[in-house]
Ligand binder design. Structure first.
Ligand SMILES: CSC[C@H]1O[C@@H](n2cnc3c(O)ncnc32)[C@H](O)[C@@H]1O
Ligand SMILES: [Zn+2]
Length: 437
């Protein structure tokens, strides 16, 4: 008998690979933070001697969700300005609030609040773009969540950096500081085509190639963004990014609601990853990403919540459901984005976008043990004819009971184990008083 750390025996195992599989009478075996096997239960019990055994008779166990685009610390700005279009929301409300309040303590408190919400809804990996990414990385290490932090760039000064050179310099320093930290990755994060000019974009491409790290950017979020660029330069932003040689398999384009057939074909040709943020796009009335057409063209599409000030939650289960429903409505075809594919977008395809498909995203032997348990015994998810259908179309985040990252339990039975939620909530209340007394 082989000694192992943990044997989890759920009612259903949803490994994501092979696509659409649901295993019954199986166990997940974990040792030293890695998945050893998804094996038939009787075989597992005869081969492994677990130090801990966990029976979950009402639960589905699946890989943790990957939130492929967010601004975690913006949890502290949730509800500060609603029901506005993107540019009014950003220029008249969000940027002034950020200018007045963003600081390392703001980011630490905002990130802790966001991580509490994310862990509670089954997210185990976060691709973040925000000020003070060093703070985000440190909080992620403290909490044990997997994170890719954005080395941000903007054309204007902020509390994080004064000019293009300082954004780049601080980003490179941060990359160096965290390059050996197991759960932390870095990615260049120029904010958007309308806020970052050519010179810094060219430098970012050069360093991305040299360091082998990717680029994460808001692109074609609204029709207005595209029209503004065409009027000013005669070029659509996508064409400009293509001319600057930014597009490639290490490029993550967020939103992408405005796309011609030619641009979709190019996204596939370059191997660009798209992050779809359906709820933020709906709330800001930014437009509809053509998810069905992107998938048909062979583009990898991942899911993101965007920040809590435009969503207004950080719930990947909800996002997955919104994405599945919206894709059908946009395509006029209920077969667009079926449940199994939506679940893959929230897990393995998110991992692919971040270049982590060999590490996370499915319950495959050798991958990191990043997984979650969802209790399907409550009325909203009964009876269970089809587990994938229940997970995507019916389950809600309160049904997520347990969360592990790299074999470490971050939540057991709805109790957060690595984050002081009471303290995070009281810090959030203090910020609310400071921001709008
Ligand atoms: C460079 S730090 C990130 C920057 O992005 C802002 N932001 C948040 N949500 C969106 C969005 O949907 N589109 C564009 N920019 C967004 C955030 O407030 C920070 O200023
Ligand atoms: Zn965003």
């Amino acid at each position: 008998m082989l000694p192992v750390d943990l044997l989890v025996a759920p009612r259903w195992l949803v490994p994501i690979e092979p696509a659409g599989a649901v295993l019954e009478h199986h166990a997940l075996i974990v040792d030293a933070g890695r998945i050893v096997a998804c094996a038939p239960l009787d075989m597992a019990l005869s081969q492994y001697q677990p130090r801990q055994r966990l029976d979950l008779p009402h639960h589905a166990v699946l890989p943790g969700f990957v939130n492929a685009h967010t601004h975690a610390a913006m949890s502290l700005l949730r509800g500060i300005a609603d029901d506005l279009p993107l540019m009014d929301w950003l220029r008249d409300h969000i940027w002034p609030a950020e200018g007045a309040h963003v600081s390392p303590p703001f980011c630490a408190d905002g990130v802790r609040l966001a991580f509490a919400e994310m862990i509670r809804s089954g997210t185990t990996c976060v691709n973040d773009m925000y000020f003070f990414p060093d703070t985000t990385a440190r909080v992620a290490v403290e909490v044990g969540l997997r994170v890719t932090v954005g080395l941000i760039a903007l054309d204007f000064p902020t509390a994080w950096a004064r000019d293009a050179d300082e954004y780049l310099h601080k980003g490179l320093e941060l990359h160096d500081a965290f390059k050996h930290t197991p759960l932390v990755r870095t990615i260049f994060a120029p904010h958007a085509p309308y806020t970052v000019s050519d010179a810094p974009l060219l430098k970012i491409r050069k360093y991305a190639n040299e360091l082998g790290i990717g680029i994460h950017m808001h692109v074609h979020e609204t029709a207005g963004e595209v029209a503004m660029a065409v009027e000013a330069t005669g070029k659509r932003p996508w064409q400009r990014l293509r001319d600057l040689e930014l597009l490639g398999p290490d490029f993550i384009a967020v939103h992408m609601t405005q796309l011609s057939d030619e641009e979709i074909a190019q996204a596939a040709e370059y191997g660009v990853h798209v992050v779809h943020c359906p709820e933020s796009n709906l709330k800001l009335a930014s437009g509809f990403a053509p998810v069905g057409r992107l998938l048909k063209a062979g583009v990898n599409v991942a899911l993101g919540t965007d920040g809590a000030a435009s969503n207004n939650d950080l719930d990947l289960l909800g996002e997955m459901r919104s994405a599945a429903l919206l894709a059908k409505a946009v395509a006029g075809d209920p077969q667009t984005l079926p449940a199994a594919r939506a679940l893959q977008m929230a897990t393995l395809d998110g991992a692919r976008a971040l270049g982590l498909e060999h590490e996370i995203g499915s319950l495959t032997a050798g991958k990191s043990a990043d997984f979650i348990a969802i209790d399907l015994s409550a009325a909203p998810t009964q009876p269970v004819y089809n587990v994938l259908s229940q997970l995507v179309y019916a389950a809600s985040r309160e049904q997520v009971t347990d969360v592990w990252v790299a074999g470490r339990a971050l939540m057991r039975d709805r109790m957060l184990l690595t984050l002081d939620e009471t303290a995070a909530l009281s810090r959030a209340a203090e910020w609310r008083q400071k921001i709008k007394p």
